[in-house]
Design a protein around this ligand. Structure first.
Ligand code: NAP
Ligand code: G4F
Length: 331
């Protein structure tokens, strides 16, 4: 039975990846931070077969201890401070967790492997946010990186450290440059989930308006459940490498709003949406669209959920959640 250790187990991707690995008969260990993490119960409910170990990306010895317990064949480093807007307010912390945290996991892996560097395969959760002020359209593995946020800068550090450990020590270390991926498990601070929750609540008469920032930014949005499959596929390859994972389509926040509101029979969303400078960013990433030819050709990966299905899936899940929360009859 292969063994995997997943950092960021309480996050959106951690839960989907754990489900995928369990379905493939892995023994799955998840790294949980904090002395009383409020998301422990969520993990226990969604993926009860995952074995939880405590540790923090900023604490090398806690990672070494977790490796000793999990004895992993595969390590998926999904843990990070992942909210771009927050990273301006907490730039140092973001660099320590999202950037240097990667170095800690790589170093723990190297030390733990000792003379047998080949015994572990490593996945780093890199990001399309690294492209920032894009230098080419679409963006591929060879596009120049130009990060626009402390989060993006920290991800660039982690990305190149992963490549460096591969080149310096021969570690099987792969980096997935994943474009935005969403789901009903997305954190409510991200724009898609903020919209789907608000649309559901507006449709149920629980909320009047939603306040957003820049509606013109364009993202290449996919479904998280499809994207974790690419992570696993990367670690099944003979050689480690870097891959862009994306749909190849780009859409504005306005287009996401169109589909989400139409799902609850509201054709003109402008009456329900306000903009507030609070939600604009010091530097914006205006356009992301990925070229995932390499992942499609070498990994045989392809996304299944379309852009149009994504807002509908998320609004439907939020309608159900809000009905349960507020004891509203669904019929
Ligand atoms: P997420 O839902 O925000 O999850 C982040 C995870 O990191 C949580 O489990 C969180 O734990 C954990 N974490 C935070 N600080 C930590 C620390 N100091 N030590 C250990 N764990 C810590 O993110 P996601 O959407 O699943 O994304 C997974 C990874 O992919 C992240 O690295 C993200 O930056 C990257 N990524 C995401 C996307 C996307 O569109 N979703 C795209 C590209 C790359 P707590 O619950 O305890 O806070
Ligand atoms: O949903 P977002 O916060 O995601 P963002 O910044 O693209 O970052 C996500 O994707 C990255 C991959 O490219 C990941 F690496 C990262 O961890 C995260 O998962 O914002 C998307 C867009 C931005 O242009 C933002 O300015 O939506 C715009 N936006 C407009 N109003 C808003 C809002 N974003 C948020 N979060 N909240 C708003 O009210």
């Amino acid at each position: 039975m292969p063994r995997a250790l997943v950092t960021g187990i309480t996050g959106q991707d951690g839960l989907y990846l754990a489900e995928l690995l369990l379905s493939k008969n892995y023994e799955v260990y998840g790294l949980l931070r904090g002395q009383n993490n409020p998301k422990r119960s969520l993990v226990e409910e969604v993926v009860p077969d995952v074995k939880l170990l405590t540790g923090d990306l900023t604490d090398l010895s806690s990672l070494m201890h977790a490796f000793g317990q999990a004895q992993p064949d595969e390590i998926y480093n999904l843990g990070a401070i992942s909210f771009v807007a927050y990273s301006w307010e907490n730039a140092r912390l973001t660099s320590e967790v999202t950037g240097q945290g990667v170095l800690n996991v790589l170093e723990a892996t190297r030390i733990w492997c000792g003379d047998d560097i080949g015994k572990v395969r490593f996945y780093q959760a890199s990001s399309s946010e690294m492209f920032g002020k894009v230098q080419a359209v679409p963006q591929s593995e060879t596009t120049l990186l130009w990060p626009r946020s402390p989060y993006g800068v920290a991800k660039v550090f982690g990305h190149y450290m992963t490549i460096n450990y591969r080149e310096s020590y021969g570690m099987h270390a792969s980096s997935g440059i994943l474009f935005n991926h969403e789901s009903p498990r997305r954190g409510p601070e991200f724009v898609t989930r903020k919209i789907s929750q608000a649309v559901a609540r507006i449709a149920l008469g629980l909320q009047d308006k939603i306040t957003l920032g820049n509606l013109d930014a364009k993202r290449d949005w996919g479904f998280a459940g499809d994207y974790v499959e690419a992570m696993w596929l990367m670690l099944q390859q003979e050689e480690a490498d870097d891959y862009v994972v994306s749909t190849g389509e780009t859409h504005s926040i306005g287009e996401f709003l169109d589909i989400a509101f139409r799902y609850v029979n509201i054709d003109d969303w402008t009456k329900y949406v306000e903009q507030d400078p609070r939600f604009f960013r010091p530097a914006e990433v205006d356009l992301l669209v990925g070229d995932s030819t390499k992942a499609r050709e070498k990994l045989g990966w392809t996304p299944k959920v379309t852009f149009a299905e994504l807002p509908e899936m998320m609004v439907e899940a939020d309608l159900q959640e809000q009905r349960v929360l507020h004891r509203i009859d669904g019929n």
